[in-house]
Ligand binder design. Structure first.
Ligand code: DAH
Length: 339
């Protein structure tokens, strides 16, 4: 009989519960009117006299243990509930945080910035409303220069000296005015041109300008940098440089990447040639260096400028440039998983 009681004590000690109902059931089972304890008490009269003492002690221990168990479990469950009141249920699974997405323009810009930062280029910026000097004159486009017509410009009506910058080459000038060589900087930003809006061109778009000025910078450095860039950016290393003209570089070139012709978008974007023009570049014209107080006898440099939008269209197979500025959530949502 005493062994039975000891077994119960062990059981009681091992008991745990996760709800108040379980504790209550346990209480009834041991301490209830028809519970185990009362059964033992009822047995008491049948216990031989010499065992009465041990029996009584054992039953009392069981009663005490059971009562303590009930009390501590109840208290613990109540504490948990109070905690819930203040903090919620701390053990519940986390709620998913809705994931935002980056704009495809930002994705491409970030990638370009990252690639150039690996070879020591920093990032610089300039204003979107510019003056004539930074957009044209300092870039070797004096007043009445015919090349000013290469880019249709939005002027600020009240002040003919102010305009919406037509390219990020403005930041080249600003950077050279404020920094001495060695210079390695890229300047991403938005630019504006008075052009008809279509699937391929818009009146505002985005560019990244690059500038490298130091002693002994050569065209070979430019070419190698471009090769590095296209390989990192597109995984394509086949490029070609076509002689071209920009007032701010001499010599100048346009850079094509061989993209291939795998999808319909590739066809459209490369006009069926497989070659994609991605940027203009060249050796910084000595006049531009002079305009920024850098001695062209001592320093030379290269510069390049590329459009972000068209790269984004190509990389993400977007058929129409206008989708980039419509802010249609159904479109933007699709870039959720892209870092
Ligand atoms: N600014 C030119 C444009 O918008 C692009 C460009 C060409 C930038 C050659 C340069 C460069 O820095 O060297 O079309």
């Amino acid at each position: 009989m005493i062994q039975k009681i000891k077994d119960h004590i062990a059981k009681v000690e091992a008991f745990t519960a996760t709800s108040k109902e379980e504790v209550e059931q346990f209480r009834i089972q041991y301490l209830g009117k028809k519970g185990i304890l009362n059964n033992f008490f009822a047995e008491f009269k049948n216990v031989p006299n010499e065992q009465k003492k041990d029996f009584g002690q054992a039953v009392n221990t069981l009663k005490q243990t059971a009562q303590e168990k009930v009390d501590t479990l109840k208290q613990a469950l109540e504490d948990k509930e109070t905690a819930k009141g203040v903090y919620g249920d701390l053990s519940r699974p986390g709620e998913p945080i809705p994931l935002g997405s980056r704009h495809p323009i930002s994705l491409v810009r970030n990638k370009i910035v990252e690639i150039f930062s690996r070879i020591g280029f920093n990032v610089s910026e300039g204003p979107e409303i510019e003056d004539d000097w930074h957009n044209f004159t300092a870039l070797n486009l004096p007043e009445y220069h015919p090349a000013r017509d290469m880019q249709d410009t939005f002027f600020v009506q009240k002040d003919p000296d102010l305009l919406l910058r037509t390219h990020t080459s403005t930041v080249q000038v600003r950077y050279m005015e404020n920094n001495k060589p060695p210079i390695r900087t890229i300047s991403p930003g938005r630019v504006y041109r008075n052009e008809a809006i279509s699937a391929r061109s818009h009146c505002f778009f985005h560019q990244v300008e690059g500038l490298y000025v130091d002693k002994g910078v050569s065209f070979a450095d430019l070419k190698q940098t471009l090769q590095y860039f296209t390989t990192e950016m597109f995984g394509k290393s086949k490029i070609r440089l076509r002689p071209s003209y920009f007032p701010f570089t001499e010599p100048s070139a346009e850079v094509d990447v061989y993209w291939g012709l795998e999808t319909e978008t590739d066809y459209k974007m490369t006009k069926g040639t497989g070659w994609l023009e991605i940027m203009g570049c060249g050796m910084v014209d000595p006049n531009v260096l002079k305009n920024c107080d850098i001695d062209p006898e001592e320093y030379s440099g290269f510069a390049f400028g590329m459009g972000i939008d068209r790269i984004a269209l190509l990389l993400h197979q977007i058929p129409d440039i206008r989708m980039l500025s419509e802010n249609d959530i159904r479109f933007l949502d699709q870039f959720k998983s892209v870092l």
